[in-house]
Design a protein around this ligand. Structure first.
Ligand code: NIG
Ligand code: FE
Length: 384
């Protein structure tokens, strides 16, 4: 995690959106040359965990937590995720779409060239499908690479508050098969945590998703340590995300597994919760990614430069670990490390060119966008 594979003074030959050569490339008359001498180039950021499609904001809850209310208390009183669900159910498809596109454009300017998008603010058949269809339209049409995740088990919707079995049945018997048949999601995720879904419920939902051909992710140990990581390792999920309350035993399990741990550094300050022990996890041999968790409740952060700064200053990662965690390991967290996440021959030419003399400037000067150019599929983008 600490080796970024630094190369000094190399040319990069890109053809058809793919990196073909790195090193000394002889000048060719049929090539456009883009001079980056004296600049730093890093891979485009992969934001491997976002709840990008949502309506409204929740600043009042942020203010309530500043006065001592907890995230769990606010959720139990009908706020939290359910507040965003009410607003999202009312938002027409066209607005969901235009708002999401604007969010992606902003992220791209800050260097994020691939984004995972979760559903989970619909929690009924029609709205979950609308969110997933919107995410898939973006996957087809946006410049950004998109990975789509179904998170129907994000919270118990109010109309099923007294009958959780029935909602879980709808997720398993109605939503998952339909989503798989229409190819609307790459992954299925569950919010496995205290006050949300138990490990037994999570196991049932994820096994049915797997049987339907979806790959697996989990939210675990955000609010409490409840055995989520043990289940994640047993199911061999692609990534297990949050981990603020991971136990020593679970760190050992994660280190031995093939699963990527995704740390979301901005969540702890938003919910006044614990900071994920990234240092211990890395020192124990876990592979970690970092992501924004962009959502209106626990992270109004859409910018991987800020996420890197938090990872270094709060989670005690090194700058090199944070850079790997935001790029190659993040690509692994969405199952795309064969194509994204590093500047290597054969990979997609998604790169960011920095106005800085040293890559450490990235997390060091996090309130300023130090990106000179974003290169996506080999094209140097122009921003209006
Ligand atoms: O990752 N933990 C579950 N989902 C989000 C929070 C969603 C919300 O509060 O709206 C998260 O932190
Ligand atoms: Fe999340």
């Amino acid at each position: 995690m600490n080796d970024i594979g630094l190369v000094v003074g190399a040319d990069i030959l890109v053809e058809g959106g793919v990196i073909k050569e790195i090193g000394t490339v002889a000048e060719r008359p049929d090539c456009d040359v883009f001079d980056v001498s004296g600049k730093i180039i890093v891979p485009g950021f992969v934001d491997s965990h976002t709840h990008l499609i949502f309506a409204g904001t929740r600043e009042r809850e942020f203010a309530m937590r500043a006065k001592g209310k907890t995230y769990g208390e606010i959720a139990a009183a009908g706020g939290g995720i359910i507040d965003t669900v009410r607003k999202t159910r009312e938002m027409p498809r066209s607005k969901l779409r235009s708002q999401a596109q604007r969010r992606l454009d902003k992220m791209l300017k800050w260097g994020t060239t691939a984004v995972e998008i979760k559903s989970g603010y619909g929690l009924d058949f029609a709205t979950e499908m609308r969110i997933l269809e919107t995410a898939n339209e973006l996957k087809e049409q946006a410049i950004t690479d998109i990975v789509v995740t179904f998170l129907g088990a994000h919270a118990l919707p109010p109309e099923h508050a007294n009958n959780r079995e029935n909602y879980i049945r709808i997720v398993i018997e109605e939503l998952i098969p339909q989503i798989a048949r229409k190819n609307l999601a790459d992954f299925c995720d569950v919010f496995c945590d205290e006050g949300f879904f138990t490990t037994a419920e999570t196991e049932k939902i994820l096994k049915s998703a797997r049987d339907n051909g979806l790959r697996l992710k989990m939210h675990a140990d955000e609010l409490a340590s409840n055995g989520g990581v043990e289940l994640a390792a047993a199911l061999n999920v692609v990534s297990v995300d949050h981990l603020e309350n991971i136990s020593a035993g679970e760190i050992e399990l994660l280190a031995k597994s093939e699963t990527v741990g995704v740390v979301l550094p901005s969540v702890a300050p938003y919910i006044r919760g614990k900071v994920a022990p990234a240092r211990q996890m890395i020192d124990s041999g876990c592979a970690l990614a970092i992501a924004s968790d962009f959502n209106p409740g626990t992270s109004m952060v859409d910018n991987m430069q800020t996420v890197m700064w938090l990872a270094v200053s709060l989670n005690q990662m090194t700058v090199e670990e944070a850079l790997n965690a935001a790029t190659i390991n993040a690509a692994a967290a969405v199952g795309l490390s064969d194509r994204l996440g590093s500047i290597e021959v054969g990979k997609q030419a998604d790169m960011i060119i920095l106005n800085a003399e040293d890559y450490s400037y990235l997390p060091y000067h996090f309130t300023e966008n130090i990106i000179a150019n974003v290169v996506k599929n080999g094209t140097v983008l122009e921003f209006s």
